[in-house]
Design a protein around this ligand. Sequence first.
Ligand code: FES
Ligand code: FES
Length: 152
Amino acid sequence: MKISLSVNREPHETEIWPGESLLYALRERLGLPGSKNACEQGECGSCSVLLDGSLVCACLVLAAQADGHDVVTVEGIDGDGQLHPVQEAFAETGAVQCGFCTPGLIVATVDLLARNGEPSDDEIREALSGNLCRCTGYQKIFDAVRLAAGRP
Ligand code: FES
Ligand code: FES
């Protein structure tokens, strides 16, 4: 079947198998490997994207469900080729080690700060609770979110 969707503010059409995930379609059909596939079970958040402005795990959404909808991936959150302030903050604080969790954390942090520009520590923990990192111990991730939240 064919689907039409907006990805990172550009229209796309692609053939899909009806049972495949949005994550698969993004990575394998549309050439956007930023969203990572770590668990494919909705447990790790490495595949986080915005679907019509809501944070979702792309591995849990059927590509067919995205037909006619608007998707933003980590590739689409920068501004005109510049790093997004959240990306800058992750780099500056050393919140990236292997980097596998980073795209999902970036998208989740962008989502959080769009909803709440001054999150409390508990609100940061709650917002990022679905994003697992095996490397950093989370403190530097936390520092990155704080740094990004403190910037205009
Ligand atoms: S790959 Fe989607 S939540 Fe882990
Ligand atoms: S930096 Fe390696 S999993 Fe988070």
